[in-house]
Every structure is written in structure tokens, then in C-alpha cells.
Design a protein around this ligand. Structure first.
Ligand SMILES: O=C(O)CCC(=O)C(=O)O
Ligand SMILES: [Fe+2]
Length: 218
């Protein structure tokens, strides 16, 4: 946490400042973050979730807080990152309660069932990628029994597939620090394009090593 705060304070040129403060390529800041980026167990879960070998191209560290007295959300309003599967691993570095911007998620919302009936009831455009709050709220209320709100102590790991509908809830008080790993399949990595998309970066992006790993000894 102190490392993220120090970096935000001393290296503004690598910090995205728009809503929450974000550092892309934060794995360069500490060996512990780099070890998290390369963690084999988390990769293995991703391989299983997506059905293809996954590697993390970079870690993103962020700090969420009120900005000018306004509630901010990590990642913006309710959305899908994209329609294709996108695996992410987020570790909370702060204790996250209902007030400081917990991650929230609708499990299985990359499929219509069981959400179809709520879409009909509320005239909700389920196949969009991002919604305004007023478009989303009637659906959220109707589908509320399915909504997960991930409150958890610091150190907790949240693994998710972000073609499902999700959002960081607005922060009412305090701060929320987290690090999120972004995973990709080999055939979808374009380092140049990703560099442009996520700039400014804390380090240059590189193509990850996709050579199959030796099986773990029993
Ligand atoms: O940080 C969060 O709570 C969610 C951010 C998000 O939308 C994402 O990582 O895809
Ligand atoms: Fe997202």
C-alpha cells in the first residue's frame, strides 16, 4: 500500500489520474508483485476458466478514493470488459467493506440463463458492454438475488472472468488499494497495441513466455 501511495506521489508521469489512480506494469515496482504476476496456480485456474493457456502481460495497481467529494468506481460503471472471455486476478491490499468500493459481480452473466426473465421485466439490453447507472439499476434490482458483493479482508484474492457483468461499487469513504493481473491467450497479444491502449506504463510491455511448463512432480 505504501509503495503504491509513494509511487502515486513521486511518479505522477506513470499514473493514470482520471478516476481511480492506476499504475499499469506495477509488477516492476516490487518483486512480490512480479511473483504475483507469474503465480502458477493463478495461471492454471485461468487456463481452466478460458480453455486456453493464459499468461499475465502486466499487473495494474490502483487506489480508489473520493475525488472532490465524489464517489468513484474502480473500472467505471457496470460493464463487461469485452464479449470474449477475459481472465483477471485481483488481490485486495485494503480491507474491503461495503463502503470502500467492493468488487461486485453477476455470476454466469456471460450467458442468458437465468438473467433472461429479468431482462424482459426491465427491458434491459443484456448484450451491451457498458450501461449508464439509470439503464442498469432496474435490472440490478430485479436480479439482486444473484449479485455478489465481494467484501473481504486485505490479502484476499478475487479471480474472475470479466466478460461477465461486473463493477467496482462506488466508494463512500476511506480508500481501496488493489492489484489486478490481466491475462491473455497467446493469439490475442499485440504488444504495440496494448502499449498504446494502456499508456503511460511503469515499464515496457513484453510478450510473455508461453512455452509449456513441465508437469509438477507428484
Ligand atoms: O477493481 C474493481 O473492483 C473492478 C475493476 C474492473 O472493472 C476490472 O478489473 O475489470
Ligand atoms: Fe472491468
Amino acid at each position: 500500500m505504501a509503495l503504491i501511495d509513494d509511487t502515486i506521489a513521486t511518479k505522477p508521469e506513470i499514473v493514470h489520474q482520471k478516476s481511480d489512480k492506476r499504475i499499469f506494469g506495477a509488477d516492476v515496482l516490487a518483486p512480490e508483485i512480479d511473483a504475483f504476476r507469474k503465480d502458477r496456480f493463478i495461471e492454471d485456474v485461468g487456463d481452466y476458466a478460458v480453455g486456453k493457456t493464459q499468461r499475465c502481460v502486466f499487473s495494474m495497481a490502483n487506489r480508489l478514493e473520493l475525488v472532490g467529494g465524489k464517489a468513484r468506481r474502480s473500472g467505471g460503471d457496470w460493464h463487461r470488459d469485452r464479449m470474449a472471455p477475459q481472465y483477471k486476478a485481483m488481490v485486495y491490499l485494503s480491507d474491503v467493506g461495503s463502503g470502500n468500493g467492493p468488487f461486485s459481480f453477476f455470476p454466469g452473466s456471460n450467458r442468458v440463463w437465468p438473467y433472461g426473465k429479468y431482462c424482459q421485466e426491465t427491458n434491459f439490453d443484456f448484450f451491451a458492454n457498458r450501461w449508464k447507472i439509470e439503464e442498469f439499476e432496474p435490472f440490478r434490482e430485479a436480479a439482486a438475488v444473484h449479485q455478489l458483493i465481494v467484501t473481504a479482508p486485505k490479502g484476499s484474492l478475487v479471480l474472475f472472468e470479466s466478460s461477465n457483468i461486473h463493477s467496482g461499487l462506488p466508494i463512500a469513504s476511506g480508500r481501496r488499494h488493489a492489484i489486478t493481473n490481466y491475462y491473455y491467450s497467446e493469439d490475442e497479444i499485440d504488444v504495440k497495441k496494448m502499449t498504446r491502449k494502456f499508456a503511460p506504463l511503469a515499464r515496457a510491455f513484453e510478450f510473455p513466455d508461453f512455452t509449456p511448463r513441465a508437469a509438477k512432480p507428484l
